[in-house]
Design a protein around this ligand. Structure first.
Ligand code: ADP
Ligand code: MG
Length: 422
């Protein structure tokens, strides 16, 4: 990172805690509201990490939970960790065992004793949890080895609750699901947010409710139908709504443009028309691509050219926003004080069609205001570009951040204690 970039990243980081003190958007109790000495913290984390042959290929999610774990350990808690991994569908499936994750956690927490229990409920787990000393960690086996987890079974939630004195939810990425470990267990123990959960809700919540203006949202991805809720929720709040990705094609088709072989959702044309009307009524400025990168087929080595949004040839396929659009969007982003981005501008998985997505990531990295990226593929694009640490916030939850941006209540958050509640 260059010196200017470093300074920028530093400014952003130092700005964040300051504003969190100014406005406390989080009306939920957190680990800061509990006296941890001698208590057992039952912590739901999102350790659903990608693995190959029992080797973790990306430990970002584990590292994101470390501040909470250190916080608890330093204050004399014994820490019991529960997570899901993959989709074992309610059965014990060896390749989805969390044992390699426990092993990796030992490397991430040097000097801390990290134990492993081969089941997340039952005698072995209970004994291991009881035998844990302050400052020690117990990792429980995959919650989803039991079908009761996803069914939010009350007896299973109670069995989990027996392992701790206080429940901590730090798994923002799973907070949109009402499962036993994210929602049910909170009925049987005092329930508070972890530091990661707190930061996710705080940063995104403040951006949605009290944004510094101008406030710009960039929405992309393949389909309009995936993003209707987000667009509807953001329109009344934002000053600018920038549309890109495959979904832009559907909006352009509504405006009467022939989109050739591009992905157009014919069944979403009415919705797109309604959203254009809602944008006109809201006073937000809606931006659609003025030019596109068009390919002759859906392939990394396709013949490509740039054309105006209204001039897609009959055999052409729009796979990215064009350079003129990217420049316009960049100018809006640079002037904004709050920017939220969900959904790539093109088929960024192919380098030939990643230009628009990269342009957005770069403009956000240079922006002076609060910059937030949410959504699995958008986050992957920002990480791929090496710009993740230059954003104010990169959400760890794909589906959860989407639901948050839709304005929905996340069951895993709703279940936590409100401030002042006892
Ligand atoms: P996120 O995970 O950030 O919410 P989405 O899942 O909604 O994003 O969309 C990402 C997908 O959209 C990517 O796989 C990308 O290839 C695809 N996509 C983007 N633009 C186009 C396009 N013009 N045509 C087809 N697919 C596209
Ligand atoms: Mg996605």
């Amino acid at each position: 990172m260059g010196r200017g970039a470093q300074r920028l990243a530093q400014q952003k980081r130092s700005a964040a805690p300051h504003t969190i003190l100014e406005v406390n958007r989080m009306n939920k109790q957190t680990v800061r509201d509990v006296d941890w000495k001698g208590r057992r913290a039952l912590v739901r984390v999102d350790f659903n990490v990608p693995m190959q042959d029992r080797r973790i290929t990306d430990d970002t999610r584990m590292r994101a939970a470390l501040p909470t774990l250190r916080y608890l350990l330093e204050r004399g808690a014994a820490v019991i960790l529960m997570s899901h991994l993959g989709r074992p569908k309610g059965q014990r499936v060896e390749k989805y065992s969390l044992e390699p994750v426990a092993e990796h956690l030992r490397a991430l927490l040097p000097g801390v004793e990290v134990r492993f229990a081969t089941d997340c409920v039952g005698d072995e787990a209970e004994q291991a949890a009881r035998g844990l000393a302050p400052g020690q960690v117990l990792v429980l086996e995959n919650l989803r080895f039991h079908p009761e987890e996803e069914k939010n079974d009350p007896a299973f939630a109670q069995a989990l609750a027996r392992l701790g004195d206080v429940y901590v939810n730090d798994a923002f990425g799973a907070a949109h699901r009402a499962h036993a470990s994210t929602e049910g267990v909170a009925r049987y123990l005092p329930a508070v947010a972890g530091l990661l959960m707190e930061r996710e809700i705080d940063v995104m919540g403040r951006a949605l409710e009290q944004p510094e203006r101008p406030f710009a949202a960039i929405i992309g991805g393949a389909k309009v139908s995936d993003k209707i809720g987000v667009i509807e929720n953001l329109l009344p709040k934002v000053d600018h709504l920038l549309i890109g990705g495959g979904m832009a094609n559907t909006f352009l088709a509504v405006q009467g443009h022939d989109m050739g072989k591009s992905l157009v959702e014919t069944e979403a044309l009415d919705t797109a028309r309604r959203l254009l009307q809602a944008a006109a009524d809201s006073g937000a400025q809606l931006w659609l691509p003025v030019d596109l990168v068009v390919a002759d087929r859906f392939a990394a080595d396709a013949e490509r050219r740039v054309c105006a949004a209204g001039e897609v040839p009959p055999d052409g396929m729009a796979l990215d926003i064009g350079p003129e659009t990217a420049a316009k969007y960049q100018a809006v982003i640079r002037q904004a004080r709050t920017v939220i981005w969900n959904g790539p501008m093109g088929v960024f998985e192919m380098p030939a069609f990643a230009g628009g997505t990269l342009a957005i990531a770069e403009a956000m990295a240079q922006a002076q205001g609060v910059t937030i990226v949410g959504g699995g593929d958008s986050v992957a694009a920002v990480e791929q570009a090496g710009l993740a640490d230059r954003m104010t916030h990169v959400s760890t939850g794909g589906g959860a951040s989407l639901e948050f941006l839709e304005g929905k209540t996340l069951p895993g958050v709703a279940a936590l204690r409100d401030k002042g509640e006892s």
